[in-house]
Design a protein around this ligand. Structure first.
Ligand code: GLU
Length: 471
């Protein structure tokens, strides 16, 4: 086993491995891998009678397309290496799902639970001011979004701070995404990452030949799922998989421990139970099986690590019994563990594919912001009237009438959330098919992660070549 390597080095290792399956020249591979801009920030905030120095970062990994894009996380684990790794994953993620941005990421090294809402607002506004001062934020420069420990509230503070400094800038609302819907956000963004995980899994499991190799039947309905982490991504993956895909959730892990019920855990009820009691432990019918990582080792069809990075390592990879792992978090599997899982024949859907739903819908939000109108507003009524006209004609010609429920379904014009979800569904399906085709055409490629990196790298290299930077 190799010595422990950093998160950023681990991403670089994946890229080097994938480069071997392309004809991209070494110098260009180097340019693709490096971080183009790294901003390290320290600023003081007042806590009670004292001052605290806050450590923060923003990394723009790749300028091959602009603006750069990626979330901001608030976590104690934040350091420069982590932010660089996450920024680089954003580059490969955007390229893979054809979101025309370079990758970026930000991080503030705090545990938000240790601060009041007022202090968090101060920290967020001060961080945004630093980004403005250094020209690290703007609708055409770098566009942040939520990540671990942040959400629509923080994005609203960022927008408000930006607009205070850039008063009158017509596209200022596009300086950040993941905003509350009332603050120029978009419907469907909050659940987009989890919804994307579901669409990606459903597409993957639809291929009977591929599933046969894993000893599974085709079709997501009835498959068993274990989820680690009930934050935004884990909870939405769970509810959508259960309610729209008939998936059976048999295990859940959160910071307080892991629970298991082979008969199925109703995820909506579990979320309500945790809201009420502050814990998943003691959920009726379930068994407490150990700490937060115990659920990872359960036997199941689909394992969804949706918490932080480095959850499946060389230490526990051998004990994983899932058939498919969907990396809903960024970097939950270390590079060493990835090799072990691949040898065990476990299919890993890599993070920068399976969790790309968030940035995809962020892209839709940015488009909405730049176009200054809500999707569906112009054509919704037009389509409704046209479809109603067609149905009326069909009824008239056949002498039969269409039931009201069918009529309502067939004549709807497409609301914002319907359009967003259909764009997301199409994006996740198209990207999966590209990765699958790349893997099938090159049988030497050992795993889906490598195939996905090959797809992304070819697109990024293509941009550099067409810019005339590399011959
Ligand atoms: N933080 C999310 C991610 O890791 C979303 C980024 C975005 O929407 O820009 O993909």
């Amino acid at each position: 086993m190799s010595a422990k390597i950093s998160f950023f080095n681990s991403v670089e290792r994946y890229v080097d491995k994938a480069a071997g399956f392309t004809d991209i020249p070494t110098g260009l591979v180097e340019q693709i891998k490096v971080c183009n801009l790294v901003l390290q920030i320290r600023f003081p905030i007042r806590v009670g009678d004292n001052y605290q120095v806050i450590e923060a970062y923003r990394v723009q990994h790749s300028h091959h397309r602009l603006p750069t894009k990626g979330g901001i996380r608030y976590a104690e684990s934040v350091d420069q290496d982590e932010v660089m790794a996450l920024a680089s994953l954003m580059t490969y993620k955007c390229a893979l799902v054809d979101v025309p941005f370079g990758g970026a990421k930000g991080g503030i090294k705090i545990n938000p639970a240790n601060y009041t809402v007022e202090q968090l607002q101060n920290i967020t506004r001060r961080y945004t001011t630093e980004l403005i001062k250094k020209n690290f934020i703007g609708p055409g420069i770098d566009v942040p979004a939520p990540d671990y420990g942040t959400g629509p509230r923080e994005m609203a503070w960022i927008l408000d701070t930006y607009q205070a400094f850039r008063h009158g800038e017509i596209d200022s609302i596009g300086c950040v995404t993941g905003k509350p819907v009332t603050q120029n956000g978009i419907r469907g963004r909050a659940e987009a990452t989890g919804r994307g995980v579901f669409y990606g899994l459903r597409e993957c499991i639809s291929f009977a030949d591929d599933m046969k190799k894993l000893g599974l039947s085709a079709g997501i309905a009835g498959k068993t799922m274990v989820i680690q982490g009930l934050g935004n991504v884990g909870s939405n993956t769970g509810t959508i998989s259960q309610n729209e895909g008939d998936v059976k959730i048999i295990g859940v892990a959160e910071r307080e421990g892991s629970i298991y019920d082979p008969n199925g855990i109703d995820i909506d009820k579990l979320l309500a139970f945790r809201q009420e009691t502050g814990s998943i432990i003691g959920y009726p019918g379930s068994k407490h099986i150990g700490g937060p990582s115990a659920a990872l080792e359960l036997e199941c069809d689909i394992l969804v690590p949706a918490a932080l990075e480095n959850q499946i390592t060389a230490e526990n990879a051998d004990k994983i019994k899932a058939k498919i792992i969907a990396e809903a978090a960024n970097g939950p599997i270390t590079a060493d563990a990835d090799v072990i899982l691949s040898k065990k024949g476990i299919l890993v859907l890599p993070d920068f594919y399976i969790n790309a739903g968030g940035v995809t819908v962020s892209y839709f939000e940015w488009l909405k912001n730049l176009s200054h109108h809500r999707f569906g507003r112009l054509e919704n009524r037009f389509h409704h009237n046209a479809f109603t006209g067609i149905l009326n004609k069909v009824e008239e010609m056949t002498g039969k009438s269409v039931a009201q429920r069918d009529r309502d379904f067939l004549t709807r014009g497409g609301t914002e959330v319907e359009l967003v979800n259909s764009g997301l569904e199409d994006t996740m399906i198209t990207a999966y098919q590209q990765v699958r085709e790349t893997w099938r055409q090159n049988t030497g490629i050992p795993d889906m992660r490598t195939a996905a990196f090959v797809c992304s790298m070819k697109k990024i290299a293509g941009d550099y070549v067409s810019m005339g930077i590399f011959p």
